[in-house]
Every structure is written in C-alpha cells, then in structure tokens.
Design a protein around this ligand. Structure first.
Ligand SMILES: [Zn+2]
Length: 81
C-alpha cells in the first residue's frame, strides 16, 4: 500500500504528467480509495485551474508556499493514518 505522504509528494508531477506509468497507476488507485488524498488532489487541481485558462503550469508568487502549508496541514492531520 502506497502511503499518503508518497502520493502527495508526487502529486504535482502527476498533474504535470511527469510521473512514470507505474507511479501514475499507484496514485490513481490510491486516490480512488483515499478521501484525504482525493481532497488534496482536488484542491490542488482547482488552484491550478484558477492560475490560468490555458494549460500553464507556471506557479504565481506565493502559490508554492500556500500549497506547501496546505499539504503540510493535510499531512499533519494524517499522522495517525
Ligand atoms: Zn491517501
């Protein structure tokens, strides 16, 4: 079983299409079964969509920090997971 930490660490690569097929399948399988990671994925994706209507993955100033503190709080709340 892949840990939530691993999934979240690879989430941005996954969204960029930058992961290996194996990792992508692991992530997709995990997302189907894990509400918490699904919430992180969903929020991250929405933030990216707001960034621009073209497929631009350039991150505006402060976005990375906000994302990191968000992910950190998610991870902190999943310590016992
Ligand atoms: Zn998870």
């Amino acid at each position: 079983m892949v840990r939530c930490k691993t999934i979240i660490a690879h989430l941005s690569e996954y969204m960029d299409g930058d992961t290996s097929v194996e990792m992508r399948q692991k992530i997709e399988r995990h997302l189907r079964g894990c509400q918490r990671c699904n919430a992180v994925y969903d929020s991250t994706r929405k933030m990216l969509v707001i960034t621009g209507d073209e497929l631009v993955f350039e991150v505006p100033d402060g976005f990375g920090d906000r994302l990191h503190s968000f992910v950190d709080s998610m991870l902190a709340s999943s310590e016992s997971h």
